[in-house]
Design a protein around this ligand. Sequence first.
Ligand SMILES: [Zn+2]
Length: 487
Amino acid sequence: MHEFEILHKDLMGRIGKLRTAHGHVETPTIMPVINPNLISIEALEMKKYGAEMLITNAYIIYRKVDLREGAIKKGIHSLLGCEMPIMTDSGSYQLYEYKDVEVSNREILEFQQRIGSDVCVPLDIPTAPYEKRERAKNDLEETLRRMQEARSVIQNKMLAGVVQGSTFLDLRGESAKRAAEIGFDVYAIGGLVPLLESYKFDKLVDIIVASKMNLPLNAPVHLFGAGHPMLFPLAVALGCDLFDSAAYALYAKGKRYITSDGTKKVENLRVLPCSCPVCSSYSVEEVKESADLLASHNLWVTFEEMRMVKQSIAEGSLWELCERRCRAYPVLLNALKHITKYSALIEKYDPATKRPFFYLSECSAHRPEVLRYSYRLNRFTLSGNVLITTNLKEKGFSENEKFDHLFFVKPPFGPCPVELGESYPAGQSEIPAEIDNEAKTVALQNVLKLLEVNTGRAKFVFLYDGSWGGHPLVEEIRKYAEVRREE
Ligand SMILES: [Zn+2]
């Protein structure tokens, strides 16, 4: 009945088309959380911001008699007054927050099915971060039991399998693997809200990767609770497709103004640094006084950022967007550096060619493209006399010398044969004139790799200019090549 089709890819991120009973949804996308108890922005209005799908809490509806009866009678779409696809949450968050809910897994699933939810969610058990392993394991087993039950209850609707396991990466992996064995239409990574609230984004990266590696690649993945736009580039780059945002309303309630790279307290706003319909029609004083206006602005910027992420996937510049956004907070930068530890994994999914490579910071030195380049150095089988020079202008060596092969050192890629000087990626990289040490280190490591691969086959001369002097790897190169410093 459903299908998820992947249209474009960049890093592990993708633009996809999710088919639901209420039409197609293009991912990545954010589902605004509609709370029927306190709707300030109507579900129908969400379309104008760019919403293609909504999420609402079936448990909150179930608990209130009038809402429950209304939902059963009219269906969830009529209750919310909107024909967009609707995902329903089960009350797990309430279970986590208040330790108890007045409904069983089977009851809430049957209810979701009955009210016509497009994507139903079992009542999984979130485990708080840094809980004892035994607790996380027990919660996980119960979650899996409930997911098995869900699979037998839900017949004609899409069903989400939820990955739990707290901060134990092996448990996250196991949870994802066993959920995949049961088989779901959407996979959701849950239990993240406390980590998000405490800005533990590096841990978030680990959890997403541990989960993703054990989930089917062609299935949509929902990152539960991550509604702040500053997280979208990173999370999408790691393969998350669906997001939910209660943040737009919660932040507004807390008088906080969301931007693509952080949050500002409204009381500190002197101007409105945004051009959304709210910020261009109201004064800063009006926005300060109205939670509804603030919620509306928060939604505009949330969807704007997701469109930016999508455009970046389409043009192959998602890494660059991540680098730009992650400069906003040290914790985000930390998370991006953490992602570079997974470059070998990301490299497997990243398209082999894309637009020119822009070197923006030392994180660029560890991009998947650079790692892929390093793998390919094994393919160069060299003989005769070889010159490797840091001088890109092909000067600095005697005209009398004859070289069979000439390589330029292109940071951060390293040795690039002159014949491939225009080819992607090394030949089509844009690097600043002032090269940082990280780019030099990676480049020289790759020079060493080329030398090692061809030891005994070719005779190497390594020629470097003053800006590379003093780098410890130049001394290392001396073991394999005649090293000359350009005067
Ligand atoms: Zn605005």
